[in-house]
Design a protein around this ligand. Structure first.
Ligand SMILES: [Zn+2]
Length: 277
């Protein structure tokens, strides 16, 4: 099954945040001047640095399922293409699907490592049985979760490479940045974030020993925040989340502002690393 075409939405969406509140615009200009004066210089281009994709040959039968799904869907090629078009990098970053442990971001190797076993785990938790051929919904949902996790690990990479300030827990910042990136970069990215939030929230009651699960505290609050941002990003498209009570009514009212300030914050920090269209 072909992955729906990805559209680089950066540039189309940016102005709309800044039309709302002139205070934010002033803050943005002020911070931009500050960063321009005191940083080593805005990044004019990527100087040959880029996003790379490696898919190791699978070493176990469970790995073969994930490897074949990735190859067939071309999903990660689309992610890499999108990132290359959007962000200038001070060093190359590799997205590496492997038979190793993960998912994780390895700052020493500038690598995001995702094990095929993680994909099989996700499919098992989504469907309650080992993955098989032909289940298209399971395949799409698994790819959605994997893509969001790639953006989550990429968020750690960006925080490290771009030296972004983080207030509070880095995990929460990485969730926010992952949700921001998927919504901004990917057509229908909100659904990807929702699929991931739904699965990860369901896993919260039974934490796992694997590195990703043990490093990433799974709590309901963490993922209800992702759902709130997604709803806040488009209250029309995601109206059923509020109507069904998935987001309590008193909270739903605050989600648009929560998304707006989260997105404006990341735009301010990432602006100088974004390639012009
Ligand atoms: Zn993390």
């Amino acid at each position: 099954m072909l992955y729906p075409s990805k559209i680089n939405k950066i540039g189309n969406i940016r102005p709309q945040y800044h039309q709302h509140r002139s205070l934010w615009l002033l803050a943005t200009i002020g911070l931009g001047l500050f960063l321009g004066l005191f940083s080593p210089g805005a990044m004019a281009g990527d100087r040959g640095n880029t996003f790379l994709l490696i898919m190791d040959p699978p070493m176990q039968p469970t790995a073969t399922w994930g490897w074949e799904l990735l190859k067939r869907s071309q999903r990660m090629e689309a992610v890499v293409e999108n990132l290359r078009a959007s962000f200038a990098l001070p060093q190359s970053v590799t997205i590496h699907f492997s038979n190793e442990e993960g998912p994780l971001y390895d700052p020493g190797r500038m690598e995001i490592v995702l094990p095929y076993r993680f994909m099989a785990d996700v499919a098992l938790h989504l469907s309650g049985r080992p993955p098989s051929e032909g289940d298209h919904k399971l395949q799409t949902d698994t790819l959605d979760v994997v893509e969001w996790v790639v953006y989550h690990e990429l968020a750690h990479a960006f925080i490290h490479l771009y030296d972004l300030p983080v207030l509070g827990r880095e995990e929460d910042a990485a969730d926010a940045l992952a949700t921001f990136l998927v919504i901004e970069l990917v057509e229908d990215g909100g659904h990807i974030a929702l699929t991931a939030a739904d699965l990860l929230a369901r896993l919260a009651p039974h934490q796992h020993q694997d590195p990703f699960w043990s490093e990433h505290t799974l709590d309901q609050q963490r993922f209800s925040q992702v759902v709130c941002w997604v709803y806040g990003s488009d209250t029309t498209q995601f109206a059923p989340l509020a109507k069904s009570g998935t987001i309590p009514r008193h909270r739903a009212q605050r989600c648009p502002d929560a998304f707006m300030s989260m997105a404006e914050g990341w735009w301010r920090l990432l602006d100088r690393f974004i390639k012009s269209a």
